[in-house]
Design a binder for this molecule. Structure first.
Ligand code: PLP
Length: 480
């Protein structure tokens, strides 16, 4: 959904206060401030490289080993502006990963900062859902209207994991069934039920689960048993498999299917058009509910539609969301059909879910997305990046596939001349991009995919700048 109120965005290389940190170049000037006073870095500290090493040592001593960090020498990001961030040693980067898609508008956005400040200035950061929360109701009304779900109701959480836990709780309670269908190569969160529906061994930290899960074929065609089929044949094969899976591996009364319209952690795997729509038809026959996990794909990021599932022409029974909504403030939630949302018999509460600070940030962020029509921007700039990458690095022997939609673009790296995943090449590319002033993400089933997901406000100039770094980087990684 779009509104007709449009405001200008920064042009080519950006303008105004939000551009104060310059370009992706490494920002090596001794005069550069990095943000809050304690983070002002002087040249000596930068050259010693001590700030990051010292923090890393402390991090390793007190944080879990399974909490992984990017880069051989992990960095601390201490300030940001527009699409740029600066690290603790004074290097500035163009950010093509946006804090795992959370900083949807970029950094230091006045509208969001003012909304948070206004709430903080009232002296109340939190009251709880025991009291009416105006910002929460405002936000719920907007999301319900944008969802396309008739009579939709909304419940707010603090994260995507909690949002999906809630959706699983609702659908299993509504259907009085603990059976769930998830997709292979999926990621839905880090808690008990969400790990249970995560179809990626790298993130499947436990086989114990409160739900009984079967895994259908996903849109990750590159490594599917049906790879090589054209779109129509692929969809037919997957649908046939789904029917067989329901008939042979479930008791029939499955609660829901949960799916990411574009698999995020799974390496930005995009299903062929029609797959999820065809799945929805099968589910309807069996009375199985459809949950679309929009944690990464929501808010217009895929360009084609406001929710990722919109491209399939499906209005799901529930959608979950998080990540970009607060532009960095912690917020997630579920929007669902009213009878599904209201089906719980007992009481339930999230103490911090939908708190005044997060909902203030989220209202400001969502308004910004709509007023600036960032969905169209994601489509336009995303096309430039996708086509640019396909044209300039698509034929490199180490590039297995370049895929994506809008500002979600994945580059799958393989051992030259094969489809064998090459996670080491992805790690080298991540590192080289950083050295050249560009932050990108990494993921995929084997950790061999680069993930490109900049803020939706990315300018054409910044897209060209980042594209050039990616092309050079991949050419050098390919050359060994
Ligand atoms: C599709 C999807 N769902 C759920 C989650 C979990 O969200 P969170 O990390 O906020 O709990 C993620 C996180 O990456 C995600 O990508």
């Amino acid at each position: 959904m779009r509104t007709d109120v449009k405001k200008p965005l920064p042009t080519a290389h950006g303008s105004g206060a939000e551009e104060k940190q310059g370009t992706a170049a490494h920002g090596s000037g001794a005069e550069r401030r990095t943000g809050a006073d304690e983070n002002v870095v002087v040249a000596d500290e930068r050259s010693s490289g001590g700030r990051h090493s010292e923090l890393l040592e402390r991090h390793r001593a007190v944080m879990p080993t399974w909490l992984s960090l990017f880069y051989e020498q992990p960095i601390e990001i201490v300030s940001g502006s527009g699409r740029h961030v600066t690290d603790g040693e004074g290097r500035t980067y163009l950010d093509f990963f946006a804090g795992i898609l959370t900083n949807m508008l970029g950094y230091d956005v006045p509208e969001v900062r003012d909304a948070i400040k206004e709430q903080a200035d009232r002296g109340v950061l939190h009251t709880s859902t025991l009291y009416l929360l105006r910002q929460q109701v405002d936000l719920a009304e907007k999301i319900a209207a944008l969802s396309g779900i008739e009579g939709a109701k909304v419940f707010f959480t603090n994260s995507g994991t909690e949002a999906n836990e809630t959706a699983l709780m609702l659908t299993t309670a509504y259907r009085r069934s603990n059976q769930v269908i998830a997709l292979r190569n999926s990621y839905h969160g880090r808690a008990f039920a969400t790990v249970g529906v995560t179809g990626n061994r790298g993130w499947g930290v436990s086989s114990l689960s409160p739900v009984q899960v079967t895994y259908a074929q996903s849109g990750y065609r590159y490594r599917s048993s049906f790879a090589g089929l054209d779109d129509g044949a692929y969809v037919d094969a997957c649908v046939h498999d789904l029917r067989e899976l329901i008939d042979t591996t479930t008791a029939g009364d499955v609660a829901c299917l949960i799916a990411e319209p574009v698999q995020g952690v799974g390496g930005f795997a995009v299903p062929p058009d029609g797959l999820l729509g065809a799945y929805a038809e099968v589910l309807a026959e069996y009375g199985i509910l459809f949950v679309s996990d929009e944690v990464q794909t929501g808010w217009g990021r895929t360009g084609e539609s406001f929710w990722g599932i919109g491209s399939s022409g499906v209005v799901p029974d529930a959608m979950t969301f998080a990540k970009g909504l607060g532009n960095g403030a912690a917020i997630g939630g579920v929007v669902a059909r009213p009878e599904l949302m209201d089906c719980l018999q007992g009481q339930s509460v999230s103490t911090f879910g939908g708190n005044p600070l997060s909902t203030a940030a989220a209202n400001a962020t969502l308004d910004y997305v709509l007023h600036h029509d960032l969905q169209t921007r994601a489509a336009t700039i995303g096309r430039v990046l996708l086509e640019g990458l396909r044209a300039q690095i698509g034929d490199l022997p180490i590039v297995g596939e370049v895929r994506g939609k809008g500002l979600m673009i994945g580059v799958e790296l393989v051992h030259a001349g094969s489809t064998d995943p090459d996670p080491a090449a992805a790690a080298r590319a991540l590192e080289t991009c950083r050295e050249r002033g560009l932050l990108v993400g990494k993921g995929g089933l084997y950790g061999n995919c680069l993930r490109i997901a900049p803020p939706l406000t990315l300018t054409e100039g910044e897209a060209a700048e980042g594209l050039a770094v990616l092309v050079d980087t991949l050419a050098s990684v390919d050359a060994g």
